[in-house]
Structures are given as C-alpha cells and as structure tokens.
Design a protein around this ligand. Sequence first.
Ligand code: ADQ
Length: 410
Amino acid sequence: MPMKVLAIVLAGGEGKRLLPLTADRAKPAVPFAGMYRLIDFVLSNLANAHYLQIVVLTQYKNHSLDRHVSRTWRLSSMLGNYVTPVPAQQRLGPHWFSGSADALFQNLNLIYDELPDHVIVFGADHIYRMDPRQMVEQHIDSGADVTVAAIRQPIELADQFGVIEADASGRRIAAFREKPKDAVGLPDAPDQIFASMGNYVFRTQALIEALREDALDPGSKHDLGGNIIPMFVKSGGAEVYDFAHNKVPGSTERDRGYWRDVGTLDAYYEASMDLVSVQPVFNLYNDRWPIYSGHDPLPPAKFVHNEGDRVGHALDSLVSPGVIVSGGTALRSILSPGVVLHSHSHVEDSVLMGCVKVGRGAIVRKAIIDKNVVIPDGARIGFDPEYDRQRFTVTREGVVVIGKNEIVDR
Ligand code: ADQ
C-alpha cells in the first residue's frame, strides 16, 4: 500500500514587510510575474508531484486568496482530489492572529478526516521549483518524526530564518534556533548558515501529539519554527532534507536550488527583475514542471504604432494578455494583464500589476505599481526620491512602491 499523504499549506502570513502590497491581501495572494500569485508556486510543486489532497489554511485578509484558490485550483473531486481553503476559526480577541502551530491545532479535524500516514506542511510565500516526493521519500526511509527542508543562505540573513545545525552525519538536526541574532556559520562555509525553508514533513501521529502538548503550554507562542520543531529536536526525531539535492524535471545546473523568500519589497523586486533579465536564473518556461495559475479570459497583448514616429514596444519585458502598448515603451519591466501604456509614456525597470494605466508622456522608473493605479499624463515616478517618499513607499534600495487603487497626482 502506498503511504497516504495530506498536504497543508500555511497561507495565513500577514506580510507586514511587503506593505503596501499586503494592505488588503494576504502575502500568499500577492501577484508575481504578471500571471501568478505567490501561492501558485507551492501549489504547483505539490500538484506536479501528484499530492492532490491539499488544505490551504488562510487567516489574514483572506478574501482575494480564497477567491483565487477556489477559482484557480478547482481539481476534479471524482478521484478524491481537492485544494480547499480553510479560513481561521472565528475567534475574537488578542488570539485572532495566532501562530502557525495553533492554526494546525485548530484544524486537527482535517487530519482526522483523512487519516494520512504523513502530513506535508509547506509555507506559501516562496518562489521555487521543488519535487516534494524526494523529501517525503527521505523522510519515510529515515523513520524521522519530522523532516525539515533546508537551504544554505548568507549568515547576515540568519535572523530571518530558522537556523539548523546538523550532527556529524549531516542528517539529524542537533540544534534548531528560530531567527537567532548570533548565528555561527557552517564549518565548511563560515559565511553561510543552513536555513529552514519553512517546509516540513511530519509523521502524522508525532505531529498530533506535539500539537496537543504545545496547545497546553501557556508559555508557547504556538509557532512551528519557534516551538514545535525545537520539541522534535530535543527528542532526537528531527532530520534535515538538503534542498540542494532536489531535482525537478527540466531544470538545469543554472536554476537548480533556486529558492527566494520574497518577504521584503526589495527581495520581491529583485526576484521580479531576475525574470526580465536576458538569462533569468528562474526559468518560468520549464513546461516539464509548470507553474499553474488562472486568469480572466483576456485578448492577446497588442502593440500599436499610433503616432508618426512612436512605435509601441517592449524590450526585455514580460507582457501578459490584455496589455495594450499604444505608442509607449517598456524596458526591463513586467506588464501584468490589462496594463495600458499610452503614447510617449516610458516604463523601465518596473513591475506594473493588473490594469495599471500609464498616461500620455508619463515616465515610470524602478517602481512596483499595484493594481488599478492610474499614472496621470506627464507624471514622473522614480526621479525625485524626496518627492516620491512624501507620496509613496520608497524602499532601502530606492524602489518606489505605489499601493492598490492609490491616487497619483502629476
Ligand atoms: P516565518 O515566515 O517568519 O518563518 P511565519 O510567519 O510563521 O514564519 O510564516 C510561515 C508560513 O506560515 C507562511 O507561509 C505564513 O503565510 C504562514 N502562517 C503564519 N501564521 C499562520 C496562521 N496562523 N495560519 C495560517 N498560516 C500561517 C518561517 C519559519 C522559519 C523559516 C522561514 C522560511 O518559522 O524557521 O526559516 O519560514 O521562510
């Protein structure tokens, strides 16, 4: 009998560091690369691996996330397959925004319903390709209670991750510290740490027992990384899965091991600009491990040559369906569905989300512009950092970010 596996995707993150993009949507619902939402990457990894019983736990501002998951990820139920968004239990008071372990504890009934042998618990806000079957295989072979996926990261980022120290075998986790300020580098690379990717595989019974014990602890923050994983490390039942060994069909030396936590605006921007570079590291076009998404029925993108010498064009850019480039120019940019560039407008090094309109003669540089924003005729964005800072969010790296539906003056 093959092992039965239930996948749970944690999609309740607030994503404060992505504000204003998360002002009225959960972080996993943030649009990416024109055609996707962040959650599509983890769901595609699970679906490509044929893990098709998937529960998505949502919480914070979950409206657009629920709508996206229910509309896009409707699987045929005939074979018992599903992707079900489950909102947080309606509890009032200070406990509303509870930790990830509490979210699992509140939904233990979903695990009892399926009675899986193993439970995959994956985060929802990373850009990567991964075949989770290889991790599950290692987990089953080793007999571990939990297996944690890990990747090498620069030591400066240690305080953003769960940091893993493996024992001499390189497999058993000897120590796990959530977001430490004083991490020590790896023996073979002192400038790197082994970071948890926030992706776990649990033996079902071990998970249930750990969640019950944690729920009774008044001192716990009910956090998987902060509380549950350290519990397993103490009992000796935690193993590490090295993501560097994961191989996905169609991947190359170049994109193998690519994983980005786009938790900050600058990281989001950098991952987006990779896609418009001439040779991106992340290959969106690997159709042997597709990234799935859904979108409204839209006409093809159109480039219009409308005013004498003005030829509407885009170079080194991703151009989605429904876009109209009418005598404007896009360079190294992502144009999401429904974007319109009017005559003599110029957009460069920017991400324009759905239905952004750029007026006649307007210039946009190094910006992320959220849905429906109208850039008025002749406006200049990304030229005067002081003026931009008064009106919008400007990141440390100087990226101007304009929130959804914000009104922009000239
Ligand atoms: P963080 O991402 O900081 O670190 P957390 O905020 O708990 O941890 O988010 C983890 C995942 O759970 C995200 O996908 C988030 O959307 C979701 N989530 C959080 N609270 C939730 C809730 N109550 N209900 C549903 N979903 C919820 C984690 C690990 C680190 C690891 C990094 C890798 O704790 O050890 O290194 O991920 O990015």
